[in-house]
Design a protein around this ligand. Structure first.
Ligand code: ADP
Ligand code: ZN
Length: 214
């Protein structure tokens, strides 16, 4: 099964991807996580990407497309893509890559969310520095302040989760990424999920939808 998760910043893409990974034994590929790893390791790619990420802009397509092609070449099938594609050009590139590797997209899950809800969620978002587990200070706080329940790692705020960058990320999402909803709708691949109450409340329905498409 090959899945894409599409959604505004903070809609719950990463949380859903981690749940699908467990439920369906798919490999989770997050372009955001890949970029953050490069930034932490201060690679050339990381140094380049951080300039865009800090402004809430998309990293240029050539760079992102290469990164994904390289990942898919290793993984080949049974994956959930979180954060790619993010514009029509990337979607067309993904079509080309998947054709080359002779695999088909099973579905694109669109996480629909009220922008007012999501901004508050982003401001209160924290994640584990070591294992990446997501937390929310209001909806899903850790048992001990600033400490990961799962591994004891330190909880941190992402550098791009400040109000200025958040606004730019939304603008980018609306202009570049949202047109993908129609792109996948036209292909008959879209599954709509409303996440105003949080993605975790919607999982049972989603598993049903995915079962039908398998
Ligand atoms: P969010 O969806 O909450 O903004 P992500 O971790 O998916 O978080 O992405 C963080 C940042 O990484 C984006 O704002 C963007 O700068 C960059 N990025 C991630 N995926 C892509 C992509 N497919 N194309 C270009 N830039 C990307
Ligand atoms: Zn952890």
């Amino acid at each position: 099964m090959q899945l894409i998760i599409l959604g505004a910043p903070g809609a719950g893409k990463g949380t859903l991807a981690k749940n699908i990974q467990q439920y369906k034994k798919l490999t989770h590929i997050s372009t955001g996580d890949l970029f953050r790893k490069h930034i932490k390791q201060q690679t050339d790619l990381g140094k380049l990407a951080v300039r865009y990420i800090d402004q809430g802009l998309l990293v240029p397509d050539e760079i992102t497309d290469d990164l994904i092609e390289h990942e898919l070449e290793i993984i080949r099938s049974d994956f959930v893509l979180d954060g790619f594609p993010r514009n029509i050009s990337q979607a067309e590139e993904l079509d080309r890559i998947m054709k080359k590797f002779d695999i088909k997209l099973t579905a694109c899950v669109h996480l629909d969310i009220d922008p007012d809800i999501v901004i508050e969620r982003l401001v209160n978002r924290r994640s584990c520095l070591d294992c990446g587990a997501p937390y929310n200070l209001i909806m899903a706080p850790p048992k001990v302040e600033d400490v990961c329940d799962k591994c004891g790692g330190k909880l941190v705020k992402r550098a791009d989760d400040n109000e200025d960058t958040i606004n730019h990320r939304f603008e980018t999402y609306r202009q570049e990424t949202e047109p993908l909803v129609n792109y996948y709708q036209d292909k008959g691949l879209l599954i709509e999920v409303n996440c105003d109450r949080g993605i975790l409340t919607e999982l049972d329905n989603l598993w049903q939808d995915l079962l039908v498409r398998e």
